[in-house]
Design a binder for this molecule. Structure first.
Ligand SMILES: [Zn+2]
Ligand SMILES: [Zn+2]
Ligand SMILES: [Zn+2]
Length: 357
């Protein structure tokens, strides 16, 4: 029987983002998000993203490999949250400040099969998909110097924000750097100046080598054992999937390149192949444990912006996967403190125990 954990864990990269890990029963008033109804059909006559319905989408931006027999297709978003149609100047009035909602919002149809899940896609396809992310990010950065960040993300399931069942990702290019990316960039730069190491590389090293027993000061009882590989979910030749020690979400997993790399745009062909393998296996583990859980994933990479130019050594790109297994409570929204009711050590153990081919 496991000892209940109740402690506030500080995110090592962004210390202002802490999480309350509380596994005792009383800490579980949270409602569970229902698994997304899984639409496993491969073709749906009325779906605008399905093959044969290309005329139903906004204009195509790119497709892989060729337009007619595409496997991945990028189109403009029908209801963009940011766009380039308006040219309003920025506005400041008293405490009200606005930045023109200039930007791009695009949809990437991940696969021509309607209801295919990420872990069911072949590794060559996943390599193609991540390659398409890279190409499109690069093109957007090049297209306009006002764009300071290109965010690639995926929503799966209605609670995770997906409004169309056909598997797809989104690309949003904005004139501002998102706060959470900026916090990671600034904090890792400060860490680098002090320690001359990339904090993400240090976390990977720690995950691979650390072994310790932490005792309670008063009772002398073991409070926590940290074992080699305890937080490692999946390890490839070039990528690693880690369960963060201060995970905000119960089943959150991060994937990082093992060798230091700040900018996702630098990813090589060999990298893509290994990323595809680590990604497929990680998603298969999550699916086996959570069965169709709604989730988001998003890419955090070095912004293409003057203020981030000196961060190539200190920032380390990564993919954050955040399954939505509970609904945030008033306590979480009011305090900004995330509550995680599954000990990250336990979650990691369950994910690692899944047998996959
Ligand atoms: Zn479809
Ligand atoms: Zn690094
Ligand atoms: Zn991040």
């Amino acid at each position: 029987m496991e000892k209940p954990v109740r402690e506030i864990r500080i995110n090592p990269i962004v210390p202002s983002e802490s999480v309350l890990v509380a596994t005792a029963r009383g800490m579980r008033p949270k409602k569970a998000e229902a698994p997304a109804p899984r639409d496993t059909r491969s073709h749906v006559e009325t779906c605008p993203f399905c093959t044969g319905n290309e005329h139903m989408t906004p204009p195509v931006i790119a497709s892989y490999p060729a337009e007619k027999n595409w496997e991945i297709r990028i189109v403009e978003n029908l209801y963009p949250v940011l766009g380039d149609d308006r040219q309003n100047p920025n506005l400041t009035f008293g405490l009200q400040q606005t930045i023109d909602g200039y930007g791009r919002h695009e949809v990437m149809i991940d696969h021509n099969r309607h209801g295919i899940a990420i872990h069911e896609m072949g590794e060559p396809h996943l390599a193609l998909l991540f390659g398409a992310y890279r190409d499109r990010m690069e093109q957007l950065y090049r297209s306009n110097s006002r764009l300071r960040y290109v965010l690639v993300f995926k929503n799966f399931g209605p609670a995770a924000g997906a409004s169309i069942a056909h598997t797809h990702s989104q690309v949003i290019a904005t004139p501002v750097i998102p706060d959470n990316v900026q916090a990671e960039v600034s904090n890792s730069r400060a860490f680098y100046h002090k320690n001359h190491h990339c904090i993400f590389c240090s976390l990977i090293d720690e995950a691979l080598t650390f072994e310790a027993t932490i005792y309670d000061r008063e009772s002398g009882e073991i409070r926590r054992k940290i074992n080699v590989g305890q937080y490692v979910i999946e390890r490839g030749k070039r990528f690693i999937a880690i369960k963060p020690f201060a995970s905000r979400y119960e089943w959150e997993v991060h994937i990082l390149p093992l060798a230091h790399q700040s900018d996702f745009l630098r990813i090589s062909k060999d990298d893509l192949n290994d990323l595809a393998r680590v990604m497929r296996r990680t998603m298969a583990r999550l699916d086996a444990v959570l069965g169709g859980a709604q989730y988001n994933y998003f890419l955090h990479s070095l912004p293409h912006d003057k203020s981030s130019e000196d961060c190539a050594a200190s920032y380390h790109w990564h993919l954050e996967i955040t399954p939505r297994t509970s609904i945030p409570s008033g306590f979480e929204l009011g305090s900004g403190l995330f509550v995680n009711t599954v000990a990250p050590e336990t979650a990691a153990e369950k994910l690692r125990a899944v047998e996959i081919d």
